[in-house]
Write a protein that binds this ligand. Structure first.
Ligand SMILES: NC(=O)c1ccc[n+]([C@@H]2O[C@H](COP(=O)([O-])OP(=O)(O)OC[C@H]3O[C@@H](n4cnc5c(N)ncnc54)[C@H](O)[C@@H]3O)[C@@H](O)[C@H]2O)c1
Length: 314
């Protein structure tokens, strides 16, 4: 963004176009310029649109699993600083080697670790505000922290158990924590008057029920994230802050592999739950999240992107 390359024909047509103009023309604008200006050198621009150069990112649940792979992707895309927020006092060994890997890339990016619990609204607001003050901006937020609990039949939940899930457990982390994280970043994006992209990690379980799993609070928590995404997108759209969610299918991480310890045969039924016949890797979410974080998705908000190997189609 910066100088104006919206075509005059669009301007004259009084269309309501987002004030969203690239430093250099792209697509047909570039082709049109190349046709009339011999000094204009055509070059591929599509990957530039995915670049996060100089942007500041925060991501929760990023000491491991999906969050850590997303942090690496944002760093590789050039995000100046990727703040990885998670519950342990110290990050995992995987996080440390990831930090070193990005450092060695020498692309102007770095990974930072911040301890915080997404269930604590004031803590997450304060820590994200500190980051924004230090960096002078806030551009990308991935509300990714989540926990999984399966195993209570729907008719057996007592009020106490369900309130526990809502106040201290699965719904507290997955739903309340996602809200508090998105609020924390959205407040800073609005304060700095910059465009921003907030991405919520929802789940296939917010759309369908995992066959054979009694996961009422988890499924409810992820469904709530889908509608929270749409609500926030509508309220933040006027500030050019976009809010979208991703809904992965089965991805092999600690969260899922813990279930396989007792029931290793589950992996086959998970793989057979989609037409591609396999489960996914956190690496397969890199492209999607980078797209959503970047200007390449500038007209996308209030959307959920299913990334499930077709699980949702069956
Ligand atoms: N793995 C899958 O198949 C799958 C599928 C769909 C959605 N998801 C979602 O993706 C997200 C990441 O899951 P994952 O598979 O990487 O799991 P994971 O358990 O490997 O990682 C989750 C991370 O969140 C952190 N976390 C948990 N509670 C927290 C809290 N209160 N505050 C801050 N951090 C906290 C954990 O410490 C951990 O590092 C979750 O929201 C999960 O529901 C996972």
């Amino acid at each position: 963004m910066g100088s104006d390359h919206c075509t005059s024909s669009f301007r004259d047509a009084s269309y309501k176009i987002l004030p969203y103009c690239y430093e250099e023309p792209i697509g047909l604008d570039a082709a049109t310029k190349a046709a009339s200006d011999p000094s204009f050198k055509p070059r591929p621009r599509i990957f530039d649109e995915f670049a996060l150069t100089d942007r500041v990112s925060v991501i929760t649940g990023a000491s491991r699993g999906i969050g850590l792979d997303i942090a690496l992707a944002l760093g590789e895309a050039g995000s100046r600083a990727v703040y990885c927020i998670d519950i342990p006092d110290q990050p995992s060994e995987d996080w440390k080697i990831s930090r070193d890997y990005i450092r060695k890339m020498d692309n102007g990016s770095r990974l930072e670790y911040v301890q915080a619990d997404v269930r604590n609204q004031q803590e997450i607001w304060d820590k994200v505000e500190d980051i924004a003050n230090k960096e002078g901006r806030m551009d990308v937020c991935v509300a990714n922290a989540g926990i999984l609990r399966f195993g209570t039949y729907c008719l057996d939940w007592t009020a106490e158990q369900f309130q526990e899930a809502s106040l201290r457990d699965v719904m507290d982390v997955n739903t309340n924590g996602a809200l508090f994280t998105a609020q924390a970043a959205g407040r800073q994006m609005k304060r700095f008057g910059q465009p921003g992209s907030i991405i919520m990690t929802a789940s296939i379980s917010g759309h369908i029920v995992n066959k054979g799993c009694e996961g009422l609070p988890y499924n409810t928590s992820k469904s709530a994230v889908l509608q929270m995404t749409r609500s926030m997108a509508c309220e933040l759209g006027p500030y050019n802050i976009r809010v979208n969610s991703i809904s992965p299918g089965y991805i092999l991480t600690k969260l899922t592999s813990m279930m396989l310890v007792d029931e290793p045969e589950l992996v086959d039924s998970w793989a057979q739950s989609n037409p591609m016949g396999r489960i996914g890797s956190p690496r397969e979410l890199r492209g999607l999240v980078t797209w959503l974080a970047s200007d390449a998705s500038s007209f996308c908000t209030g959307s959920d992107i299913l990334i499930t190997a077709g699980h949702h189609a069956w």
